[in-house]
Write a protein that binds this ligand. Structure first.
Ligand code: ZN
Length: 247
């Protein structure tokens, strides 16, 4: 089975389209996994939700921006930029898309006998897994050898074996492959719509269960067009600028 892994699309339709195009052309997949935060920050929330809804058989869980935009949670924990964008998003969403987002399940969700997915962490969908100590807490609650997560917008690989929990490599470049072995893994395949690791290209993942690999891939997209959509929506300029630098 080949899983296409998308997280943190954040209403960036241009990045989503480029990612799907690259995946269809070069990285054939069977099932789509979406790890939350379809909306927030970007200028095309309805188009992104429509696009994901149209992908048959996708397994989608919610993120914190989806929760706030759908009216399930207050934006009190959000910084002013994120809050501005999520309030605009909430007003912009069609009733159908708001209801669809509100009905998304909370992770973690078990995908198959080897894989589970969550937005932030398996013990708390809103928690950030940034370092090995966070990963240690997460490994205590995961139920599958591979747990895919998002939320930080930073590609990362954590491994748990008899020596402990540690960051295993630093995912960079066009394609970074992890070979799964007897260890347990927490893998963040990065953000499609708002990368923050200094590489402005959209990030996504491909899990191949026959080959036991996870590959973190990058694809360029028309950043300028995505920026124009943010500015056209009247959202803060900083949200457009950050896309160009991937921060
Ligand atoms: Zn996010």
């Amino acid at each position: 089975m080949r899983y296409l892994v998308l997280s943190d699309i954040h209403a960036n339709l241009q990045a989503l389209e480029a990612t799907l195009e690259a995946a269809d052309a070069q990285h054939p997949w069977d099932v789509l996994l979406v790890l939350g935060d379809l909306v927030g920050y970007g200028g095309d929330p309805n188009a992104v939700v429509d696009r994901v809804r149209a992908l048959a058989g996708a397994l989608v869980i919610r993120g914190n921006h989806d929760k706030v935009a759908a009216g399930l949670m207050e934006a009190t924990s959000f910084n002013p930029l994120a809050r501005h964008a999520v309030e605009w998003t909430a007003a912009e969403l069609t009733d159908t898309n708001r209801e669809w987002l509100a009905a998304l399940p909370e992770g973690p969700t078990l995908v198959d006998e080897g894989i589970e997915i969550c937005h932030g962490a398996p013990f708390d969908e809103d928690a950030y897994l940034l370092g090995a100590s966070d990963a240690g807490l997460a490994f205590a609650t995961v139920e599958r050898p591979l747990c895919l997560f998002g939320h930080t917008h930073l590609p990362a690989v954590f491994r748990h074996d008899q020596t402990g929990v540690y960051a295993a490599g630093s995912p960079k470049g066009d394609a970074y492959q992890v070979s799964l072995d007897e260890g347990r893994y927490l893998v963040n395949c990065g953000a499609v719509g708002q990368p923050r690791d200094g590489d402005p290209r959209a990030a996504f993942g491909l899990v191949n269960t026959d080959e036991q690999t996870v590959t973190i891939l990058r694809v360029p997209y028309p950043v300028r067009a995505a920026q124009d959509r943010i500015l056209a929506a009247g959202l803060p300029e900083r949200l457009a600028q950050r896309l160009a630098v991937g921060r």
